[in-house]
Write a protein that binds this ligand. Structure first.
Ligand SMILES: [Zn+2]
Length: 412
């Protein structure tokens, strides 16, 4: 079993452990303090923005028996769970009898839900995933946890029946019964009717929290019955601080990872944990720009062959590798523009990148920068949509050849 191990210390799942998202925390707190908790809410946001940790902290706060005041100046919000009461402790262990989870599974695991081994095979890995990622995980991580390798997963009609049954009883502990549905996008269409009535009129003191990423993939009948809370992408600074304070990265690594993560803490973690990627990306970027620039009449055959080899190499890599590389390339071209304006105070490059850029930035200027960044964005878009990688990278090389030469002529 492959589980991403981010940190051995499981954080307390409190609002103050959530990265950024102060505004949403404030809104969630107010619903509890004003006793107007909507019975079906959807936390909608891209992977790694924190919709799952927000849901866990919210669930915990709702049932906490001894809520505490916080210094709003320091935390940005005024309340949190105590972390100590019996309810908080059970929530922390993910063993609270009134906290239920539905998440997508493949058919063979779903069948085992009533089996004696269900706890060991289904729920323990799920709890481990939440503990080890602190709730910052995506569908890929879930699939890795169960070693699924491309198998189809979904939330079935039986899953819905099971939950409806569970919430029909009184809460064991007298507080709220809370059902967290992870990825309602995966709700099988024939399963939806089962849960609609309960979503609309749940038994008393029942809360459904839906954790979703793609609104367009969710059935309208579900959307119309939930209150949607948009969870925005995190800012670079919050990601950077979290990576450093949680001990995942040093200053330089955190800086690069946060810029490339595009507002997703789980993506930033993957970058921060793999120090090799930064070196490798710079190596590929240097090769791409050098070969593209040098492709010139005089050396044509030899240089063209090297370029074709490089394109073949890139095409053989996985989509994720190609996407990461293009995101990196985009960042480096943007850095080159900043370097050309000598705005060193907002420069975010490390030493090796800076050395390369000192030699390189002269050929990146007003004559070509806009068209280059647009072309790299297009390449990234095409790779994301499963375009032919060989053609995409070859086009990019020839485009860069033309544009870098243009930039060179503009300054000589
Ligand atoms: Zn408590």
């Amino acid at each position: 079993m492959v589980v991403i191990t981010y940190c051995s210390i499981f954080e307390a799942m409190l609002f103050r452990d959530v990265i950024g998202q102060k505004e949403i925390i404030g809104r969630l707190l107010r619903t509890v303090l004003d006793s107007r908790i909507s019975h079906a809410q959807m936390l909608l946001g891209p992977e790694g923005t924190g919709n799952f940790p927000l849901a866990l902290a919210y669930a915990r706060f709702i049932n906490c028996e001894n809520r505490v005041r916080l210094d709003e100046e320091i935390y940005g919000f005024g309340w949190d769970s105590c972390g100590e009461c019996p309810s908080c402790k059970k929530m922390y262990n993910l063993s609270h009898p009134d906290l239920h989870f539905i998440f997508p599974l493949p058919a063979e695991l779903r069948k085992m839900k009533k089996d004696k081994k269900a706890n060991e095979l289904i729920y323990e890995p799920w709890r481990a995933l939440i503990r080890e990622t602190h709730g910052y995980f995506g569908l890929d991580d879930l699939h890795n946890t169960y070693n699924l390798k491309g198998k189809q997963t979904l939330i079935s009609a039986e899953d819905c029946t099971e939950i409806i049954e569970k919430v029909s009883y009184h809460a064991y502990e007298g507080g709220y019964k809370i059902v967290i549905i992870y990825m309602p996008e995966k709700l099988f269409y024939s399963a939806a009717p089962k849960i609609l009535k309960t979503l609309e009129e749940p038994p008393g003191k029942t809360l459904f929290l839906l954790i979703a990423q793609h609104q367009e993939m969710i059935l309208n009948t579900i959307l119309s019955r939930t209150q949607i809370i948009q969870v925005p992408r995190l800012n670079d600074k919050d990601i950077r601080q979290a990576l450093i304070s949680k001990g995942h990265s040093h200053e330089e690594g955190a800086l690069a990872a946060s810029v490339l993560a595009q507002g997703s803490y789980s993506t930033a973690l993957r970058y921060a944990r793999d120090s090799q990627w930064l070196e490798d990306n710079l190596k590929q970027f240097t090769t791409l720009t050098r070969l593209s620039f040098e492709l010139h009449k005089k050396y044509e055959l030899e240089k063209t062959q090297q370029l074709i080899q490089w394109v073949a190499f890139m095409s053989q890599q996985g989509r994720e590798y190609q996407k990461n590389f293009l995101a990196y390339t985009l960042r480096m071209f943007r850095e080159a523009v900043l370097a050309s304006y000598q705005t060193t105070e907002i420069n975010k490059m490390n030493t090796a990148e800076q050395e390369f850029m000192d030699r390189f930035f002269k050929v990146i200027n007003h004559a070509n920068i806009l068209s280059i960044t647009r072309e790299v964005e297009n390449a990234l878009y095409s790779v994301e949509r499963n375009g032919n990688a060989n053609l995409i990278f070859m086009d990019l090389c020839f485009f860069l050849n033309r544009e870098l030469r243009k930039g060179y002529r503009a300054v000589t």
